[in-house]
Ligand binder design. Structure first.
Ligand code: ZN
Length: 190
């Protein structure tokens, strides 16, 4: 009886040891979240919208943390007329311009998450599908979906799977401008 108990104990200890061994040998991957600091000092009317957009991107991706006003990887501006657009200076760095007139026609949150999507590496995809964030204004003014599709989110996660910080990426040369994502709605006939 005693020896059976001790054999059982030995087996339990061995099992526990094996479990520990697996845990120690394969620690869960350290959080590799990359911080992208965005600054809304030049877009006072859209600071709250920017925060919501940041939360959407943070939740949709596994390795990004967009954080308000901790630095200037991404500067957000509000402008009047000319159209909302984004200038990506490098992956995770650049400027977003929100046209207040456009934001009165289209969902300002969808515009914000879309334009930030450009900074995060996504191109436009004007297919008219409201479920696609990068379809922008092609989905019409009635489309208010501010969420990237799973494919769009996965693409961003994979683009940021490298090890360089956004600030380091900021030293990369070349910039890309993304304009005309939000076609002007027809003016009402008077
Ligand atoms: Zn766009």
């Amino acid at each position: 009886m005693a020896s059976r108990i001790s054999r059982t104990l030995v087996a339990m200890v061995a099992t526990a040891g094996a479990t520990l061994g697996v845990t120690l040998a394969n620690p869960s991957p350290a959080s590799a979240a990359m911080t992208i600091c965005y600054n809304t000092s030049q877009a006072p009317s859209y600071a709250s919208i920017a925060n919501q957009a940041a939360t959407i991107w943070n939740n949709a991706t596994s390795n990004l943390t967009l954080t308000a006003n901790c630095g200037t990887n991404l500067r957000i501006y509000q402008i009047t007329g000319g159209g909302s657009y984004a200038v990506r200076t490098s992956l995770g760095n650049g400027r977003v311009y929100i046209d207040t007139q456009q934001a009165a026609q289209y969902s300002p949150l969808r515009i914000m998450t879309h334009e930030i999507g450009h900074i995060l590496g996504l191109p436009d995809n004007y297919n008219g599908n409201c479920a696609i964030l990068m379809s922008g204004g092609s989905a019409g003014t009635s489309c208010t979906n501010p969420y990237p599709s799973s494919a769009e989110a996965s693409r961003v996660t994979s683009l940021f799977a490298g090890t360089r910080s956004a600030t380091e990426r900021g030293t990369d040369s070349g910039s890309t401008v993304f304009r005309d994502s939000w076609p002007a709605a027809l003016a009402p006939v008077s």
